[in-house]
Each structure stands twice: as C-alpha cells, then as structure tokens.
Design a protein around this ligand. Structure first.
Ligand code: AMP
Ligand code: MN
Ligand code: MN
Ligand code: MN
Length: 283
C-alpha cells in the first residue's frame, strides 16, 4: 500500500545527524511515522537501539544504512533496508568503507588551513558522535559555529565540493559490493536521491542498469532533496527499470533539515513500495 507513512532514510549521531536514535524515534512517532528505518552513513551501530526505540513507540521498523559508493567518478549513495544487522560480510564491508575517513578528514583540514581556516580537524571533531565516522557535515558545522559561513549549504558550496579548498577526492565502495553486502544479508538495495548526482543521461542510465544487474531492487522517489518534478521523473524511471520505490526524509537535524521525519508526500499510487517486497523483514 502506497498510503503508508513510511520514512526509510534519516541519520543519527552514529553518523552525521545531531540526534540520538531514541530521540529520532520519538520524533518520527510524534510526526505520525508508521514504518521507520535509521540509515546512518556506512554504519549499522545504531540499529539495535533504533529497532528497540521504534518498538517502544509502536512503530514498525526496517534495518537501514546508507553506503557511500564511487560510480563513474561520482559519489553515489545506496540505501540498504531489511538486512540482518549482525551479518559479518556487511559489517566488514561497512568497516572498510568507513576506514578512509580519518585520513581524508586530515586532508580536508589541510586544504582549509591553506585558505586560513585553522584547526578545522579539531573543530570538526567536537561535532563527531562516532570517531569512525567523521564527515564533511562535521566540518560544515564547525565553519558555521566560527562564523565563516551562515549555514551548512554555504559551507559546502564555498569549501567542500569539487574545486573548493576543502574538497578531497575519495574512493568509496564499489556499486557491486554495496549491493552485494545488502542483498547477501537478506536486505534490499535502494538508489538514494538519484536527482542529486551530476550524471549525464548516459551515466545515469548506466547507474540504473548496472544497479539492477547487480541485484538492486528499488529507487528513492520521494525524498527530502527532490522537487515534485523529480518525484514524477523518478517514478517514471522506477517503472522503466522495474524497480520498487522508496520514501524517506533524509532528516539530519532540527536546525539543518528542511524536511522533517514523516512529512513528505506519499508515494505515487502506481508504484510498488519497497516495503511491500520487504514485508517479511519488517520488525
Ligand atoms: P561525506 O560522506 O563526508 O562526503 O559527507 C556527505 C554528507 O554531507 C551528506 O550525507 C550530507 O549530509 C552532507 N551534504 C552533502 N552536500 C551537502 C550540501 N550541499 N549542503 C549541506 N549538506 C550537504
Ligand atoms: Mn549526511
Ligand atoms: Mn545521501
Ligand atoms: Mn542520507
């Protein structure tokens, strides 16, 4: 059923969100979420807490994560849903994916130091909830705190994207491995926020067809960073590729996220919701 308040994409302090899993669960429930997933970047350390908190608030729960992947020279995010959170291959794969973040953070700080922003590594660390998961978001919070920029989107625009002083090219997991880890652990892989990637039409076609060939099953159609025109576009893409559809706010923080948990439009009625395919994985 498409008319379900499912929110299958958000972040806690276990990655680059600002709320604890329990606080997110309470907020989701207060906003009317019926089926929830916590999808921290490259991490599943919050899964047992999130599932327990969901149960307390009477929400159904799917396990979740959002894996950083490098595809055609771009970073692509693959959401995993409904996998076994204790699966050893999945845990090892995510651990490897997180592995490069420490050294990358030092390089980001070195780039920022060259344009006169000192001690950014130490500054970013103050915002980090999980020492293995230092992200550009934590640097962005430090640059807002110190008054260098007015908000986090401005930090990304001026300092943290390709061509800017704090940008460090990085190689994440392969698409094939990310889909495999999720699928082998009994879950389903979902292409996150497809409108966010700067792909040509040919590259986007390659992403969807390779994703599908590796066993990927769904695409986020309704998500916090899509416009309503993009809902329509990716609803058509889902049908073209025979993929199910997902819905998720990508909520990170009450101060930063413009889309709150559970506040998006419902999925278009003619799509197959990914939670229908995952019925036996719902807790
Ligand atoms: P990282 O995984 O360290 O490369 O950081 C990626 C994270 O940065 C994303 O998950 C978003 O939370 C955040 N992010 C990326 N681009 C932007 C942007 N333009 N404005 C604000 N946050 C962004
Ligand atoms: Mn994030
Ligand atoms: Mn993402
Ligand atoms: Mn996300």
């Amino acid at each position: 059923m498409s008319i379900l308040n499912a929110d299958l994409h958000c972040h806690s302090v276990v990655s680059d969100g600002t709320l604890q899993p329990e606080v997110l669960a309470a907020r989701a429930a207060a906003n009317g979420v019926e089926l929830w997933a916590l999808t921290d970047h490259d991490e599943i350390g919050g899964q047992h807490r999130a599932a327990a908190a969901a149960r307390e608030h009477g929400m159904r729960y799917l396990t979740g994560t959002e894996i950083s992947v490098t595809f055609a020279g771009e970073t692509v995010h693959i959401v995993g849903l409904g996998f076994d959170p204790d699966d050893p291959q999945m845990k090892r794969g995510l651990e490897e994916t997180r592995g490069g973040r420490g050294a990358r953070a030092h390089e980001i700080a070195a780039g920022l130091a060259q344009v006169g922003i000192k001690d950014a590594y130490e500054g970013a660390l103050k915002y980090v909830g999980n020492p293995e998961l230092i992200s550009r978001t934590h640097f962005a919070r430090f640059l807002v705190e110190t008054g260098v920029c007015k908000d986090t989107p401005e930090v990304f625009r001026r300092y943290l994207v390709e061509g800017k002083p704090g940008y460090v090219p990085h190689r994440w997991a392969s698409l094939k491995h990310a889909v495999q880890w999720i699928t082998d652990a009994g879950g389903m892989a979902v292409i996150a926020h497809p409108a966010r990637y700067k792909f040509t039409a040919n590259e986007e076609y390659a992403l969807f067809s390779e994703f599908k060939a590796h066993g990927g099953r769904a695409v986020e159609v309704v998500t916090g960073s899509h416009t309503s025109a993009e809902y329509v576009k990716y609803a058509a893409t889902a049908k073209e590729f025979g993929l199910a559809a997902s819905r998720g706010s990508d909520f990170h923080s009450p101060d930063e996220s413009h889309t709150d948990l559970g506040q998006l439009p419902y999925l278009p009625g003619d799509l197959t919701p990914v939670w229908e395919l995952l019925a036996d994985r719902i807790q």
